[in-house]
Write a protein that binds this ligand. Structure first.
Ligand code: ZN
Length: 307
């Protein structure tokens, strides 16, 4: 089920599911147009691959029995929710909830990144070294470079470079790898069985390749119907994740809400595209300049009782 043109990012702009979560409704209508997303990096690509610590033998001289103060903090990256901060997200009709933003009043936003065409090793190093919380939604045909992405984000250099190995590196860098179908179809055009093949097939593949079965699902283009939610439920999905804003080349945020501002709990969507590291750096600086922190999505979903 291949579509003529691979969406490299621009394709994910359409939101507007049939069911639409409590938050998705408003965003859905405004979403229409382009939604490219991209983030860029912060760490200079040349700063190595995490071996810096081992290159400084003097560091242990002062306190050999204790971890030096420069040791990286343990645990998952990103801001964690405070007790009582997050309101519960309810399931609707026994199906996984559709979530466009996290119900919190804290100035925290969440970064997600879709597809998997461009596999720049510098981005992985950036995420790992700076402990930036990101959730990836992998799509098989992008990861395996079946087809040709457009060049809307610039000239590609690493299309399918590491294939699933790249996503294993992301996993090792603290990035949960979640489900974005096998072939990126408009799921509303498929019957329940075909939808199930897309979602369960990707879940199984990711489980095999990355070592952990996904529990979150992002429908291509942000569109879905009741069959999608049923299929997702059958494939082990606990929540369907949409978004409130996309990140375009250059780190520009394209809001899908009328007031054009970041809001607490926003979920930002970007894509694995060329210049990701640069755009990512711009975006992260912008978010922090506006007084927002980057949250750990999985911890916030757990606090919202999504499981
Ligand atoms: Zn996509």
């Amino acid at each position: 089920m291949r579509r003529g043109r691979r969406t490299y990012g621009t394709g994910d702009g359409v939101i507007g599911g049939v069911i639409g979560g409590p938050i998705g409704a408003a965003a859905g209508r405004a979403a229409a147009g382009a939604c490219v997303v991209m983030l860029a990096a912060c760490a200079p690509a040349g700063t190595g691959t995490g071996a810096a610590g081992s290159a400084t033998p003097a560091v242990s001289r002062t306190a050999p029995s204790k971890a030096p103060s420069t040791a990286p903090p343990a645990g998952p990256p990103g801001v964690m929710p405070r007790t009582g901060e997050v309101r519960p997200i309810e399931r609707t009709g026994g199906l996984p909830p559709v979530i466009s933003s996290i119900p919190t009043k804290r100035k925290v936003v969440f970064l997600t990144i879709d597809d998997g065409w461009e596999q720049d090793p510098g981005f992985t190093a950036q995420i790992r070294d700076q402990r930036i919380p990101v959730t990836a939604f992998a799509m098989r045909d992008a990861v395996e470079a079946k087809g040709t992405p457009d060049e809307a984000g610039g000239r590609a250099r690493y299309v399918g470079a590491g294939k699933w190995g790249y996503f294993r590196q992301l996993r090792d860098a603290g990035v949960p790898v979640e489900n974005h179908t096998l072939t990126h179809p408009d799921l509303r055009l498929l019957g329940r069985d075909a939808q199930r093949r897309e979602i369960c097939g990707a879940a199984k593949l990711i489980g095999k390749q990355v070592g952990a079965r996904p529990t979150l699902f992002r429908p291509p283009f942000g569109v879905y119907n009741t069959d999608t939610l049923t299929a997702a439920e059958n494939c082990g999905v606990t929540a369907v994740l949409l978004w409130t804003a996309t990140v375009q080349p250059g780190g520009k945020i394209a809001y899908q809400v009328p007031d054009k501002r970041l809001r607490p709990g926003d979920i930002l969507l970007m894509h694995f595209r060329p210049n990701l590291a640069r755009d990512f750096r711009v975006l992260v600086e912008k978010i922090r300049r506006r007084g927002y922190e980057l949250g750990n999505l999985q911890a916030y979903l757990a606090a919202a009782r999504v499981r």
